[in-house]
Design a protein around this ligand. Sequence first.
Ligand code: ZN
Length: 403
Amino acid sequence: MRLVFACFYGILFASLIGTTQTSADPDLGPQVTEIRIWEHPSYTRLVLELTAEVKPRILLISNPYRIVLDLPRTEFLVSMAQQEQVGVVKSFRFGLFKPEVSRLVIDLARPAVVARNFILMPSDQKPYRLVLDFRPVSNEEFTVAAVKTRVTEPSTDKGIENSPLHHEENVNEKFTIVVDAGHGGVDPGAIGRNGFYEKTVALAAAKELKKALEKFGSYRVVLTRDTDIYLPLKQRVAIARQVAGDLFVSIHADSIKNQDIRGGHVYTLSEKASDKAAQALAEKENQSDVIAGFDLEEHPADVSSILVSLAQRETNNSSAKAANSIVDEWKTRGLTLLRKPHRQAGFAVLKAPDIPSVLVELGFLSNKEEAYMLSNASTRLPLIEALAQSLHNYIQTAETPQK
Ligand SMILES: [Zn+2]
């Protein structure tokens, strides 16, 4: 990956060129081959170089200030790593938001609107270029413009109907384990020291865990996602309930400032965090919808009831047992664990009131050795096998393993 910052005529210029793929393939639909950002005195210009013409749907979202571009399914051949602020653009992310929608989320350093947006046709060996100019505005102006983008654009944003489980039967005799690969699509999760994304590690590990669990022959294993796509946190919980899950396991890989810290660890739900690090992690994980540009104002949260919290208490006991089973098995096998490997915090994805739920952090992508270990199927295998065995142990000893 190449990152260039240079001054041209007093204009800051940033260029990002990806490493994931080297050449454009016309069969894959539109591809973004480069993203460039300039700072002008009165606006910030962002240019997407493309292999085809696209028309974006533009959304403005506040808390925090973001500009969201929805495009038809588009391949991004650039990297999300190593970003620096240019003008009003603090950072950006991209990826699949829904099966046929790719999303580019632009985090703003201050409120700004899209003053101009146009496409330039290929010329002088230059490809299609989608040009967007962001003009800084006041908070009030941003709010008004944000409401307008919601009103003028048709909202077909229901999300749930696109889940891979749409045709799945609800009724099933087998004990159902829902394996949830954290993050995905426009939400990369942590970015590892080797440039690897948490979403990629989580998806690979989730698929491997499904396979390992199926070897026991007695479980039905359902993945919340089996491709690189974003899923709202609430939808992950909804899927688990929709398939009548008996156990929910969310797979992640952590990242932290101190690059020496390493080891697997497991979280269960608690409104009161067990420690500051757990609290910070839950806050970070709960940002997934914000990171993906999911407009929470369009999808108000459910009002939780006392009944839900009662059911939750019972479920929490089972969740804790599952978490302890994982920690025990990892210890038995001599795998690296974080100090205090079972912690609690208020993770949104663990809030199914009737399904025991755990969030597994396989290790730290911020640690060099673990980033490497987690990025390879062969070195991941001992962890996956231990995890499968520990869940099997938990299910065998659980008081009411059958529905
Ligand atoms: Zn995560």
